[in-house]
Write a protein that binds this ligand. Structure first.
Ligand code: CA
Ligand code: CA
Length: 173
């Protein structure tokens, strides 16, 4: 991977977290992501699924801040993201996966509107689009997450893919 491609990949990952596009990652980005998911799937913030999603989003923000907010101003800048998050996530992808798991579990539950015990591939595709993925990326990712082609997406597949996406971006990869 050349340095231009590396920079491009970093920019995509940063943008994925910077949901409101104001140039830094903070708590508002995580609550915005939760709110978008609840709106998309017609779920209220007050029900159990909504509460779990906000709790998971807050835990993910706290984990991200603990890893990357070097100066402690409650904002993760692009420089902090590149210098702190990317390096540490790469060194310890399992830890990041566990930080993200409650949010991802809650998001899958929100996407599972019929309470079938797992979110469908089309529902996961919708969730990815509402979080900013392009239609092509969302479709491809949702299909990839359904490894056994049964039309459902399992929590462990999402957690593993999430960790991979944010950690397999080393310049020497
Ligand atoms: Ca932001
Ligand atoms: Ca900071």
């Amino acid at each position: 991977m050349d340095s231009a491609e590396y920079e491009r990949k970093i920019a995509f990952r940063f943008a994925a977290f910077d949901q409101d596009g104001n140039g830094y990652i903070d708590r508002a980005d995580f609550s915005a992501a939760a709110a978008r998911l609840l709106t998309e799937f017609g779920t209220t913030a007050r029900c159990d699924k909504g509460q779990a999603l906000y709790t998971g989003a807050e835990a993910l923000w706290q984990g991200m801040a603990g890893i990357a907010d070097v100066d402690g101003d409650q904002r993760v800048t692009r420089a902090e993201f590149v210098g702190g998050a990317v390096k540490r996530l790469r060194d310890n992808p399992e830890r990041f996966a566990e930080i993200a798991r409650p949010f991802l579990r809650a998001a899958l539950a929100v996407a599972d509107r019929d309470n079938e015990g797992a979110a469908s591939v089309p529902a996961v595709e919708r969730a990815l689009r509402v979080l900013g993925a392009t239609p092509e990326t969302a479709a491809f990712a949702a299909q990839s997450l359904d490894a056994d082609h049964e039309g459902k997406v399992a929590e462990d597949a999402v957690v593993a893919a999430f960790a991979d996406y944010f950690t397999v971006i080393a310049p020497d990869a």
